[in-house]
Design a binder for this molecule. Structure first.
Ligand code: SF4
Length: 515
């Protein structure tokens, strides 16, 4: 064949630049399912199922328009198991003039593609991924030689460049509502009465293709973490667009103020649940941002909610992707604090008496989803203050979330939650005691521990580890204006109190699998 177009599992859109100019008479599409991609981190069953189902639906979309697709299914046991071997086998037998691919979203896969094509002596043509609103080159130019990168400034430039939430004033350069950032209005808890009635998000009963995939995952990956029982994620572009419409119409207005709130048995809150569709490239961030902006302009949805949401998509998401490509492979190895602790076993089972962890990990295992504050301030910050090795934590995040692709997951986990790169793009480590979790949720009410106690049998492990972390790093934290107040609070504790905290933290570290 002339051009062999490799479409990876997170590149499922027809405008994929590698498909531009595709000629069905002499070109072919190649899609590869491989067990190695499900096992290279110990993937959640729902994550495996989502990728496979979305890929098989995309195969159908390609074939429906008459394009030839060579599709290597996981259950084709005549093939080797690894992605690399499968690709090499096809290159060896088809001998295409050129292998085309949109650049992968993962550093490991990029290297693997380049190596395999070179070993098979097939020229590789990589196309820039146009599924983002900031190209890698644009981001690198913005970052320049800055040692510290700040999302806020990047985000403001993106708002201006793409004319998003800008006032029509003389130069069109003023942010809507006179402020760039409505974060301060967007940190409410649900209050003592709880979240009330939150409409169920749009979910999709598995069709024949998905049912086939679920059976395959059950048969092949039964030992993997997580459940398939509730699998209802969008697996096609149409479904992704339906989730977007539903979010805009039903959920966005309340999303802003409550985006950080948590509550027992409330896995979705008012969140959008669009990240998996975005990261598989089923829907484009431009259409997501446009839809949110139109809801504000035409339907007068609250600006604090619309801005809070657009900040996640146009700001954080693009920023994370830019940082990933700038800082790899170092980002995957950084360990600013030299943490070497093992990931507690209950991250894989939710079998812990800490209710906040049981809730966050439990819903993760049930659905492959937790929202950003559960990831940042519950599972993430615990791993930071308990001194867990960043690479183990990052592997866990990459494995257990349906939206986890490495360019998004690694900077969020290593850089944001774990401060493993020493604050390259965050101005402080995100740490808080159990009192913060008590304020933002009702988790503490159903817990065996007490959030206000720093040591002793009933002491909240989050609280103990928080104070012990401050104690360990007090000199460094005192020098940072954003954490100096925490150290001042520490200095008000008596030396015997501090000694008790250290002692109890050491005790907890010893029995971390049994908290
Ligand atoms: Fe989590 Fe501590 Fe609250 Fe328990 S008391 S739910 S461990 S913050």
């Amino acid at each position: 064949c002339r051009r062999l177009v490799l479409v990876l599992g997170d590149q499922l859109w027809l405008e994929n630049p590698a498909l531009e100019g595709f000629d069905p008479a002499c070109d072919r599409v190649l899609m590869i399912e491989a067990a190695s991609e499900a096992t290279h981190v110990w993937s959640h069953q729902a994550r495996i199922a989502l990728f496979l189902s979305a890929m098989r639906h995309f195969r159908k979309a390609l074939r429906d328009q008459g394009w030839p697709v060579l599709y290597l299914a996981l259950d084709d046991d005549n093939r080797p198991l690894s992605f690399q071997e499968r690709l090499a086998q096809v290159l060896g037998s088809l001998r295409p003039e050129t292998l085309w691919c949109c650049e992968p979203g993962e550093w490991r896969l990029l290297a693997l593609l380049q190596d395999t094509a070179a070993a098979c002596e097939v020229p590789l043509k990589l196309l820039p991924d146009t599924h983002f609103m900031c190209s890698r080159e644009e981001f690198a130019a913005w970052a320049g030689t800055r040692r510290e990168l700040r999302m806020e400034f990047f985000y403001r430039e993106m708002r201006q460049r793409h004319r998003v939430l800008m006032e029509e004033g003389e130069d069109g350069r003023q942010p809507a509502g006179g402020r760039w950032n409505f974060d301060a209005d967007n940190r409410l808890g649900y209050g003592p009465a709880g979240p009330g009635l939150i409409p169920e998000p749009l979910r999709f009963a598995p069709d024949a293709i998905t049912r086939e995939v679920l059976a395959l995952v059950r048969a092949r990956f039964a030992q993997h973490p997580g459940s398939l029982e509730h699998f209802a994620w969008p697996v096609t572009r149409e479904q992704g667009l339906a989730v977007l419409r539903d979010f805009i119409d039903v959920r966005l207005a309340a999303f802003g103020p409550f985006q950080d709130a948590m509550w027992t048995d409330t896995p979705w809150g008012w969140h959008a649940l669009l990240s998996s569709s975005l990261n598989l490239h089923l829907i484009h961030p431009r259409e997501v941002v446009d839809a949110a902006q139109a809801a504000w302009r035409r339907h007068r949805l609250p600006l604090q909610s619309v801005e809070g949401f657009i900040r996640q998509v146009l700001g954080w998401r693009e920023f994370m992707r830019g940082v990933y490509w700038l800082d790899m492979p170092q980002l995957g190895q950084d360990n600013h604090f030299g943490h070497q602790g093992k990931l507690p076993a209950w991250y894989w089972t939710a079998d812990t008496r800490m209710n906040c962890m049981r809730q966050a990990v439990g819903q993760t295992l049930a659905h492959g989803f937790a929202h950003h504050i559960q990831r940042l301030m519950v599972t993430g910050q615990f791993a930071l203050i308990a001194g867990i090795r960043p690479q183990e934590v990052c592997d866990w995040y990459l494995a257990v979330y349906v939206d986890a692709v490495e360019w998004a997951e690694l900077p969020n986990t290593a850089g944001m939650a774990l401060f493993a790169n020493g604050g390259r793009f965050t101005s402080k480590p995100y740490i808080a005691s159990g009192q913060y979790i008590k304020r933002m949720s009702n988790y503490c009410e159903g817990c065996a521990y007490r959030p206000e106690q720093r040591h002793g049998q009933l002491a909240c492990p989050v609280t103990t580890f928080y104070w012990a972390f401050l104690d360990r790093h007090q000199r460094w934290l005192a020098g940072n204006p954003r954490t100096a107040m925490m150290v001042r609070n520490l200095s008000r504790l008596s030396s015997s109190e501090r000694e008790s905290i250290r002692h109890h933290a050491a005790y907890l570290e010893q029995r971390i699998d049994r908290l």
